[in-house]
Design a protein around this ligand. Structure first.
Ligand code: AMP
Ligand code: FES
Ligand code: ZN
Ligand code: ZN
Length: 306
């Protein structure tokens, strides 16, 4: 193995997209630097609600943001976990998040979906034609925003990584899903507090799953290894596997695809979606009928008597 770019120690990893060999210590520094750069670029200050699923991405994010908040007085963090009611998987996820938040001394808010909205994800998904992960995404987004708004948080941070984001966009390109491309989210969405919309940050937007996994291992962070049972067979998993061969040919291809789409989008003249407050819950929606996707799902659950 080669030497670390910044010291005499042997490298434990070579980041191919940057041709950067790094030792244990310098990899951790580099990783934190990448997260810090996103926070600085968007001048993030205030209270951040960190959405933690128990998986490696968001557990790495919680650890990194906690380290940053220890030295940055202007940033405070609270961990947030939703128990989605997905059989054993949700209990195991909750346990791992609880244990880790306690270990690093971060306050954790746990939201029990069944208790708060009366239904679990499997119950809601059964009544919808959409795939379970899409249903789950709608519910999670609504809950993150509501809990953050009601508790006075400035931002919600999530653990989306470049593998997730590039796969969503690749799939959208290959299926002519223009809506997803036009609405593609970047690493930052500003708050619109008059519309009850809290800001969103995705500090690992340009970091890969491999980098998050390495950060977790080097810091001995516990994570839930198993995948959500409802996500098995999801089409995004199939699209994800395409990247292996493309990345072998061009290690920066995921980052380049995402940057290209975001750049193209910034050049397009697109009507900004008109946000209105949902007639039922009062949270923002782009729906012309004025009922948000969350409330539409809930209407369906109640109609079918789940
Ligand atoms: P996913 O939608 O499963 O790809 O997750 C994307 C991000 O949402 C994760 O990186 C977490 O930040 C957050 N997240 C997912 N599931 C949960 C959960 N049960 N509780 C809190 N945050 C979550
Ligand atoms: Fe949402 Fe699996 S975690 S469907
Ligand atoms: Zn080094
Ligand atoms: Zn609503």
């Amino acid at each position: 193995m080669r030497k670390c770019r910044f010291c005499e120690r042997p490298a434990i990893v070579r980041l191919r997209y940057a041709n950067l060999p790094l030792c244990d210590e310098h990899f951790k520094k580099y990783y934190m630097g990448r997260i810090k750069k996103i926070l600085d670029k968007h001048r993030i200050r205030g209270e951040i609600l960190v959405a933690v699923s128990g998986g490696k991405d968001s557990m790495a994010l919680l650890h990194a943001l906690n380290e940053i908040s220890k030295v940055e007085d202007s940033i405070g963090i609270t961990a947030f976990h939703i128990n989605l009611g997905i059989y054993d998987y949700s209990q195991k996820s909750e346990d791992v998040v609880k244990k880790f938040a306690k270990e690093i001394g971060v306050v954790l808010i746990t939201y029990y979906l069944k208790k708060e909205i009366g239904h679990t994800i499997p119950e809601i998904a059964r009544t919808s034609r959409r795939p379970p992960c899409a249903v789950c995404g709608i519910i999670k987004r609504w809950v993150f925003n509501k809990v953050a708004y009601e508790n006075g948080f400035d931002y919600v941070a999530t653990g989306h990584n470049i593998d997730d984001v590039s796969t969503i966009l690749l799939k959208a390109l290959l299926t002519q899903d223009i809506y997803t491309i036009i609405r593609a989210q970047s690493e930052f969405s500003p708050p619109k507090i008059d519309m009850k919309l809290v800001g969103r940050i995705r500090p690992q937007f340009y970091l890969s799953e491999m980098e998050n996994r390495l950060y977790v291992e080097l810091n001995n962070i516990p994570v839930i290894e198993e995948a959500c049972p409802l996500s098995i067979g999801a089409t995004t998993h199939k699209y994800r596997s395409i990247w292996d061969s493309i990345l072998r040919m061009n290690p920066a291809s995921q980052i380049n695809l995402v940057r290209s789409i975001l750049k193209l989008r910034s050049q397009m003249i697109v009507d900004e979606p008109q946000l209105v407050q949902c007639k039922k819950c009062g949270y923002p929606t782009e729906s012309k009928a004025g009922i948000c996707a969350f409330c539409r799902l809930m209407e369906r659950v109640h109609r079918t008597g789940e």
